[in-house]
Design a protein around this ligand. Structure first.
Ligand code: NAP
Ligand code: GDD
Length: 376
């Protein structure tokens, strides 16, 4: 019998990769979507209408919708990925973040209990390295104390503890994956990596002059999202319900990410100034396209803006993936940092060019339409 999985957050970066992964394993995959006035299903558009992939309306803030859906789908596994996942946004919308990221986890657990599935349904909770926040040791492992440092992290801390509580109180198979930052071509465009790769591609093609960033010194352990969704599944296939750190064990700064991303877009950067006055300046240009678009050596293409500083910022994340390596047999180095940056820039170089080509076609079509008129 094929297993049935329910994914919350199916339209997100991880939800889309996890859906592909589980479908390839022969699962019946059900995903939760919520109503929006605009199309936001781009990441799963290629899966819609395929035989084993099903979408349902529900919301993490609506208990009844979750109880009814869990009862209808009767999942063997639930992957709770839904969240207001942007740390900076959590300072502006802390109550919404708490409702979805903290109480939402409780709602899922109670939906499983209400439907009497606690003995058969396993639950994966998308936990985060943000729990380590103002870090108390480097690198961070499963035994490192938590020190959450944003409304997002505090909400996720509740999620982590309520999962642990239900595991111990009701003997449920529920686990947290403490995932460090993972990125991809499908990463949301306001997270720092994707913001950088898109901007590097636009600047190289003459579509943007300057990229504004916040804290360039911030250190992250960046992995590839496609590699990380495998771990979510492995955690639920483990003999015992346990929590795992998932990370690469390699750390880089935002500045290093930007330097490498611009390099792959054909622009070498040098850095000048400090803190708010720091700038990324064009040192050399290795692409005829950027030169043709008017980019010159000495141009400032990266600058710092206080708009992207956070009231409290997490600045030193480095994970120790030893337990996942040992007990799950997972390889944290499947995709290196260098490969990750390269594949994201290659994707965005094509995307910017394609968006441009599509705009050109629309312009030609519009011109033809205006000339010929609608009835001719
Ligand atoms: P993402 O791209 O921002 O996706 C978040 C998903 O949650 C989207 O599908 C979103 O739906 C859904 N969602 C938000 N509020 C909801 C609500 N009220 N009801 C139902 N669905 C809702 O995030 P991601 O990068 O894939 O991350 C997946 C999970 O892992 C999140 O819980 C995140 O906090 C956690 N995490 C991520 C990372 C990382 O580096 N990516 C690291 C550690 C942990 P819409 O499309 O409708 O907005
Ligand atoms: N977003 C953003 N935009 N971040 C910037 C910028 C900018 O312009 N400039 C510097 N940064 C710094 C942030 O201050 C932060 O220290 C770091 O870059 C990474 O920021 P994000 O890419 O927004 O990710 P995050 O680490 O805050 O959160 C992501 O990873 C967490 C796991 O550690 C999200 O995916 C969370 O959902 C996830 O839990």
């Amino acid at each position: 019998m094929a297993k049935t999985a329910l994914i919350t957050g199916v339209t997100g970066q991880d939800g889309s990769y996890l859906s592909e992964f589980l479908l390839a394993k022969g699962y019946e995959v059900h995903g939760i979507i919520r109503r929006s006035s605009v199309d936001y299903r781009e990441r799963i558009a290629h899966l819609e209408g395929t035989p084993h992939f099903h979408l349902h309306y529900a919301d993490m803030s609506d208990s009844m919708s979750l109880v009814k859906l869990v009862g209808k789908v009767m999942p063997d596994e639930i992957y709770n990925l839904a969240a207001q996942s942007h740390v900076q946004v959590s300072f502006d919308a802390p109550e919404f973040t708490a409702d979805v990221d903290a109480v939402g986890v409780l709602r899922i657990l109670e939906a499983v209990r209400t439907n009497h599935l606690e003995k058969t349904c396993k639950i994966y909770q998308a936990s985060t390295s943000e729990l380590y926040g103002k870090v108390e040791e480097v690198p961070q492992s499963e035994t490192t104390p938590f020190h959450p440092y944003s409304p997002y992290a505090v909400a996720k801390l509740y999620g982590f503890w309520i999962i642990k509580e239900y595991r111990e109180a009701y003997n449920m198979f529920c686990c947290s994956g403490i995932l460090f930052n993972h990125e991809s071509e499908r990463r949301g465009e306001t997270f720092v990596t994707r913001k950088i790769t898109l901007a590097a591609a636009r600047i190289a093609q003459g579509k943007q002059n300057c990229l504004y960033l916040g804290n360039l010194d911030s250190l992250r352990d960046w992995g590839y999202a496609k590699d990380y969704v495998e771990c979510m599944w492995l955690i639920l296939q483990h003999n015992t319900p346990e929590d795992f750190v998932i990370a690469t064990g390699v750390q880089h700064s935002v500045r290093e990410f930007a330097t490498l991303a611009f390099h792959h877009a054909g622009i070498e950067l040098r850095w000048e100034g400090e803190e708010i006055n720091e700038k990324g300046i064009v040192a050399s240009i290795n692409t005829a396209l950027a030169q043709a678009e008017g980019l010159k050596v000495g141009d400032t293409v990266v600058a710092v803006s206080p708009d992207f500083y956070r009231p409290t910022d997490v600045v030193n994340l480095l994970g120790d993936p030893s337990k996942a390596k040992r007990e799950l047999g997972w390889n944290p180095q499947t995709t290196s940092f260098e490969q990750l940056v390269e594949l994201m820039v290659a994707h965005d170089m094509k995307k910017v060019a394609a968006d441009d080509a599509a705009a050109e076609i629309r312009k030609v079509n519009l011109a033809e339409y205006l000339e010929k008129g609608v009835d001719k």
